[in-house]
Design a binder for this molecule. Structure first.
Ligand SMILES: Cc1cc2nc3c(=O)[nH]c(=O)nc-3n(C[C@H](O)[C@H](O)[C@H](O)COP(=O)(O)OP(=O)(O)OC[C@H]3O[C@@H](n4cnc5c(N)ncnc54)[C@H](O)[C@@H]3O)c2cc1C
Length: 338
């Protein structure tokens, strides 16, 4: 187990915030985690701690005056092998895209559309990551966790209460359970989901669809649209797409006929946050060391040397402008860490 005081979090957040944690702890096994949770050290920091993964959905406001925990549990085992599917149990610290690569390499379908999403396995199940018409909850069969008293608990998919970029771990049980492993059910015969953007055209240009072709296409599209955090610090989509009552949308549509929407259910629609940001003129604009990306309005970037407060100020100004024009509140998908 690694235990470091006054530890730099620069390599642990894709926004590139140069901040420090009072104490950083990285454990390698479930039993190390158990012992640490029962230790005096954890007891001292229990009221102010955060568990991170790859730090690709976090925005540190400044130095973190508390404990930062990270899992280095990186095992991968086949739990069940049936004629149609394989059940994998994967450690929370396993890099998500390496898992996708493993699945594609072994002909296991279900996560290929989620290629090239930064972060780790533990967070995939907390965030319910999604892209190109697929959400990870489609393949999650169970989430193994430990509570802060060191007790194990397995949540089945229903108990995780998955929603759009949401789960029970982000809401009611926030900060109460640490994910140690995730179980994913992958299929041996792929059912391709290609009806999203120009994915089908890209994949079919290569011939008959294959898992590898989907992974290549998704990765190429993402590379062309999203800034690489190693070059320009960012945390992907900064805001979630707001879900509003259909009645509100219909009256807005009279005033703004080109306002796009996606149906959520009979009474609600989702409006793309990126479109709203563009309409209020923020796409490509700079505020101090922070900016809205010029190719993707949903992505806020660190132009170099930005501090968390600058990015938060930018986000607030965007939110206010959208609210003042449309009466719609957009909210950050990124977790603010103070
Ligand atoms: C360039 C870029 C593109 C992105 N594209 C997408 C995309 O297409 N789709 C998408 O859904 N997301 C996307 N994201 C966001 C991000 O990749 C996901 O939210 C990812 O799941 C975060 O994983 P992480 O390991 O970095 O978690 P972190 O950012 O470190 O943490 C995220 C949350 O999970 C919690 N957490 C982490 N590990 C554990 C654990 N073991 N136990 C309990 N809680 C834990 C943290 O406390 C925090 O609340 C993108 C980000 C970037 C930078």
């Amino acid at each position: 187990m690694k235990l470091c005081n006054n530890y730099s979090l620069l390599p642990h957040n894709t926004f590139g915030m140069d901040v420090r944690a009072t104490l950083f702890v990285e454990y390698d096994t479930v039993s190390e985690l158990h012992d640490f949770l029962l230790s005096e050290t954890f007891g001292k920091h229990r009221s102010h701690f955060i568990h991170i993964g790859g730090g690709s959905n976090l925005l540190f406001a400044g130095d973190y005056h508390g404990l930062v925990m990270h899992s280095a549990i990186c095992d991968l085992t086949v739990v069940e092998d049936t004629p149609n599917s394989l059940l994998l149990r994967v450690g929370a610290g396993y890099v998500w895209d390496e898992l996708v690569a493993y699945c594609v390499e072994h002909g296991l379908a279900g996560v290929e559309n989620l290629s090239a999403i930064p972060g780790e396995v533990g967070a995939s199940a907390v965030q319910n990551i999604g892209a190109y018409g697929v959400e990870v909850c489609d393949v999650v069969e169970g989430v193994e966790t430990m509570d802060l008293q060191g007790n194990l608990r397995i949540f089945n998919r229903e108990e995780c209460r998955y929603g759009y970029r949401d789960s029970i771990f982000k809401k009611e049980l926030r900060g109460q359970y640490i994910v140690t492993h995730v179980m994913y059910r992958l299929q041996k015969s792929p059912v391709f989901k290609l009806d999203y953007g120009d994915l089908r055209a890209r994949v079919e240009a290569e011939g008959v669809p294959t898992l590898k072709a989907v992974r290549r296409a998704v990765t190429a599209i993402r590379d062309s649209k999203l800034p690489d955090p190693k070059v320009l610090g960012n945390a992907g989509s900064f805001f979630t797409n707001p879900v509003i009552p259909r009645t509100q949308y219909e009256s807005l549509k009279e005033q703004y006929p080109d306002m796009p929407s996606y149906t959520v259910d009979d009474t609600r629609v989702k409006v793309p946050a990126g479109w709203l940001i563009e309409q209020v003129g923020w796409k490509g604009r700079v505020l101090g060391h922070a900016a809205v990306h010029d190719r993707q309005a949903l992505v806020l970037v660190n132009r170099g040397g930005a501090v968390g407060a600058e990015v938060m100020e930018l986000a607030n100004r965007i939110c206010d402008d959208i609210y003042n024009k449309y009466g719609i509140r957009i909210v950050p998908e990124v977790n603010y860490i103070v």
